[in-house]
Design a protein around this ligand. Structure first.
Ligand SMILES: CC(C)(COP(=O)(O)OP(=O)(O)OC[C@H]1O[C@@H](n2cnc3c(N)ncnc32)[C@H](O)[C@@H]1OP(=O)(O)O)[C@@H](O)C(=O)NCCC(=O)NCCS
Length: 153
């Protein structure tokens, strides 16, 4: 398996939507994903093996603040480092945009995801009670801070 991380293209949207359906109880629709693709503040990255989309990650940014909307990897391709590679690619985008931090929400019980984010430098910075529905659950807020040299002159 040779994985390549790249910006998503229109041709990838159906496969991303299928992964959303498989992984989340309130999946983004194809239309939402297409509008994200066309939005300048939004980056959608895919991890592909040939033409097959095995994972994706979405990052939006405003000024120096980044926000991860979703990260998912196809069940059969998990535990092979694909999500790690996607988060590394988001670090590169953070550098490109000069972000001060990236934050996200994750279900409190989602241990694989919490571990993934902790491994990649995200720390628990908040708790939002009953944030999720289907099923109802609190969200952990996790944040990765980037310490950059600032030119104040
Ligand atoms: C969470 C998810 C994206 C991880 O993807 P992945 O490609 O399997 O993750 P990786 O192989 O890159 O693993 C990276 C690290 O994440 C953690 N991790 C991943 N899966 C894990 C599991 N099942 N249990 C415990 N830790 C896990 C580990 O720290 C792992 O590092 P290690 O292999 O050195 O121990 C994947 O399980 C998924 O798509 N889940 C459903 C969707 C989801 O919950 N997304 C997050 C929403 S916020």
């Amino acid at each position: 398996m040779t994985i390549r991380i790249s910006p998503a293209e229109k041709v990838d949207i159906s496969q991303i939507a299928a992964l959303e359906q498989a992984c989340f109880s309130l999946p983004h629709t194809k239309e939402q994903l297409l509008s994200e693709l066309e939005n300048d503040v939004y980056d959608l990255l895919v991890a592909k093996d040939g033409e097959s989309v095995l994972g994706y990650a979405g990052l939006s940014h405003v000024l120096d603040e980044g926000y991860i909307s979703n990260v998912a990897v196809a069940e059969h391709a998990r535990r092979k480092g694909i999500a790690d590679a996607l988060l590394e690619a988001l670090d590169a985008l953070s550098e490109k945009y000069g972000l001060a931090f990236i934050s996200l929400e994750v279900r409190e019980s989602n241990e694989p995801a919490v571990r993934l984010y902790e491994k990649n430098g995200y720390r628990k910075t908040g708790l939002i009670p009953n944030y999720y529905t289907l099923p109802k659950e609190s969200a952990l807020v996790m944040t990765k801070t980037y310490h950059r040299e600032r030119n104040l002159s």
